[in-house]
Design a protein around this ligand. Structure first.
Ligand SMILES: [Zn+2]
Length: 135
């Protein structure tokens, strides 16, 4: 199935590769199989071009993950937010132990203030509410 090495237009591969195209993009452009292009590229000692993405923050970044969405900087800040939320959550747990009613009120306030964030914490909220009810 793979076309013989000799028949492949290496100059074209090199040219498209230098423009930053990925193996799949080169393959599509040239009507070759992605596997054929990949092995040709390796044989030509060219490094793999990753996909280029634009993050919601506007920065461009590359990734070999086709579903990449966020640049490394945003990923770091998301991680920070996650830990911050965990921290909030831990405080709420503590509050629930001494004053479940107040903890529920705080959760209601959080829901009103930031429904979207709270949605992401849905499962946690269930655990928390069950815990505070059984406590
Ligand atoms: Zn970003």
């Amino acid at each position: 199935m793979r076309k013989p090495w000799g028949s492949l237009d290496k100059d074209r591969v090199r040219q498209l590769h230098s423009q930053g195209l990925t193996d799949n993009q080169i393959a599509a452009e040239m009507g070759e199989s992605p596997r054929g292009i990949r092995s040709a590229r390796i044989r030509m000692k060219l490094i793999r071009n990753n996909l280029k993405f634009t993050c919601v923050c506007g920065k461009t970044f590359d990734s070999c993950n086709i579903r990449a969405k966020y640049c490394p900087d945003c990923k770091d800040s998301f991680r920070a937010i996650y830990w911050q939320r965990r921290y909030t959550w831990d405080s709420l747990r503590e509050l629930a132990k001494v004053n479940p009613q107040r903890a529920r009120e705080v959760i209601e306030e959080m829901k009103r203030e930031d429904p979207e964030t709270f949605q992401g914490m849905g499962d946690l909220s269930k655990i928390f509410i069950n815990e505070s009810l059984s406590a």
